[in-house]
Design a protein around this ligand. Structure first.
Ligand code: NAD
Length: 303
């Protein structure tokens, strides 16, 4: 069966690495024209050159998704070059970890700026254009996919800023689904919630803008522990980014909203929902693997 995005137009943020790059590869396989947005110029140039060599029609644009005016310009350039996109993948994101009270204001600004406002700007800049295209042509279809995380559905300790940012993306995207269904049957929302998958995410600091770096503050013990844990968990993930993107494209073809890389991790989501509904205190996140919780406590205490 032909994929509904076959031959369409894609806008992908965070296109130079990880899930975004795999989405570009998949979009090219479907003959889509691709607007590639990313903040990291060298990686973007490299990725765009490889895709062009493979015969793809791409428009690489370097921008920071936290910058609303830059995302407006991205939308204007997309419209001018290719018309309304059939697929908008608000995927660019960054990670940071540590005890939640140890983060400075710049950490919050950076992570919420990219992970939350980046998605908000993508929705605000592209959805009206997509609805307009849908209105003009009953056969036109559009898909907006936002990358959250299992961290948006769970509250793993020692990564509160990231959790908060991804919970916002879950809420925003579920609401987008409801809002779209009030006005259209042709434009659909999808929520990607990956668990640990090997990509560049644990090296997010490489793209932190200078004005959002706190040069005076050395990383705290909890932040160093979080960094080491993230490198290990992400680096040892067995599911690949390409496999996750395949699931996303299948979900778009089949009209499914939630896309999970590791459905087995959903047991924790059920426990959390039951805690909330029953008014029970939050369950121990390490109940299944108490040794991990004990090690974390020991490390935080300096052992
Ligand atoms: N890999 C995982 O284990 C995992 C798990 C859950 C969620 N995620 C989410 O997946 C998404 C993609 O990350 P990834 O894992 O592919 O990591 P990645 O680092 O390989 O890719 C992220 C891309 O986003 C770009 N980027 C960073 N800040 C940007 C900004 N301000 N503006 C534009 N582009 C920017 C980076 O340059 C990079 O190319 C993120 O939202 C991340 O939070 C990843």
């Amino acid at each position: 069966m032909t994929h509904p995005l076959q031959g369409g137009v894609a806008v992908i943020t965070g296109a130079a690495s990880g899930f975004g790059l795999e989405a570009c590869v998949r979009a090219h396989a479907l003959g889509m024209r691709i607007v590639m947005a990313d903040v990291q110029a060298d990686a973007l140039d490299h990725a765009a050159a490889n895709l062009r060599e493979a015969g793809a029609q791409v428009l690489p644009l370097r921008l920071d998704v936290a910058d609303g005016a830059a995302v407006d310009a991205l939308a204007a350039q997309t419209r001018e070059r290719f018309g309304a996109p059939n697929f908008v993948f608000n995927n660019a994101g960054v990670g940071c970890g540590g005890l939640v009270w140890e983060h400075g204001a710049k950490d919050w600004d950076w992570v919420l700026g990219v992970n939350v406002m980046g998605v908000a700007h993508g929705v605000r800049a592209f959805v009206p254009m997509m609805l307009e295209a849908a209105k003009a042509d009953p056969a036109w279809r559009g898909h907006v996919a936002n990358t959250a995380s299992m961290a948006g559905l769970l509250t793993p300790p020692n990564m509160g800023v990231y959790n908060a940012s991804k919970a916002a993306v879950v809420s925003l995207t579920e609401t987008l689904h409801h809002d779209l269904s009030l006005v259209s049957t042709q434009v659909h929302a999808h929520l990607l919630c990956p668990y640990f998958v090997p990509t560049g995410i644990s090296r997010s600091e490489r793209n932190r803008p200078a004005d959002l770096q706190d040069a005076a503050a050395a990383p705290t013990r909890s932040q160093l522990i979080a960094q080491a844990m993230s490198e290990k968990a992400v680096g040892s993930g067995k599911v690949t980014a390409a496999e996750v993107i395949e699931k996303l494209f299948d979900a778009m073809a089949q009209g499914r909203f939630y896309v999970y890389s590791h459905p087995q991790a959903l047991a924790g989501v059920r426990v959390r929902a039951e805690d909330q509904v029953l008014g029970r205190n939050p369950s121990d996140p390490f109940a299944e693997r108490p040794e991990i919780g004990e090690r974390l406590r020991r490390q935080l205490a300096g052992g």
